[in-house]
Design a protein around this ligand. Sequence first.
Ligand SMILES: N[C@@H](CCC(=O)N[C@@H](CS)C(=O)NCC(=O)O)C(=O)O
Length: 277
Amino acid sequence: METISQNKAYGGVQGVYRHRSATTGTDMTFSVYVPPHEEGARLPVLWYLSGLTCTHANVTDKGEYRRACAEHGIIFVAPDTSPRGDDVPDDDAWDFGQGAGFYVDATQDPWSANFRMRSYVEDELPALIAREFAVADMSRQGITGHSMGGHGALTIALRNPGRFRSVSAFAPIVSPLNCPWGEKALGGYLGSDRAAWMPYDACALIADGARLDALLVDQGDADAFLREQLKPELLQQACEAAGIPLTLRMQRGYDHSYYFIATFMADHIAWAAERLR
Ligand SMILES: N[C@@H](CCC(=O)N[C@@H](CS)C(=O)NCC(=O)O)C(=O)O
């Protein structure tokens, strides 16, 4: 692992790191904020998965998470959203290819060689964090994310029961089976057999028996993607039918941007802190 930058912030260290990923076959960049702590302390880890077009840098620059992470003693990890590079397949559209990995392991050519973000985020990066950051207590993990990253957070938590004590999301894609972004991405990465998409659909996973202890979702009602892509009512119905306690907060006047995320970031960190103590 190579250190790209380290800056003191709120008494802790905001770092950006790069490593060679065996999973994606590319270099991958991610950011980690380690709050101030006593020597020898072990701190919980909150994963933040980003949305379409993002790298680690969007939330690192605009997410305003460091003050709350320092207050609660939480490590904040932000991976990239896809493999990148001149040798990596891409698409002209902003919602497919590089910057749009959808946290799936692609099975279709030409994507399957590099686009393995499920395995990267579920397996390789957690192992690297555990190895390189002695302060990280991997028995206390939480996960959150935005939009495509909210979809990633929900599906990864639902597929890995017991791993995340805290789950939340900002304006998540809740059912890729039922929105244009999802149909395009999962169709492209996984092929036309929709049964293969099921492990990547939060609502389908819940209908199939997957459970969460609790879930916090913030959604702006002025989000331009709300009605066509995000459809929180589908998650609400799935959670109601399954008895999953969902706190869905429709936030009046907020859009899809990092101004919205930054406004409610401290609430999500407090939500995680309560469950990661
Ligand atoms: N095409 C627009 C819309 C895509 C969009 O809103 N992406 C969200 C995630 S789904 C985002 O966080 N964009 C980057 C940013 O706001 O910093 C863009 O390129 O930003």
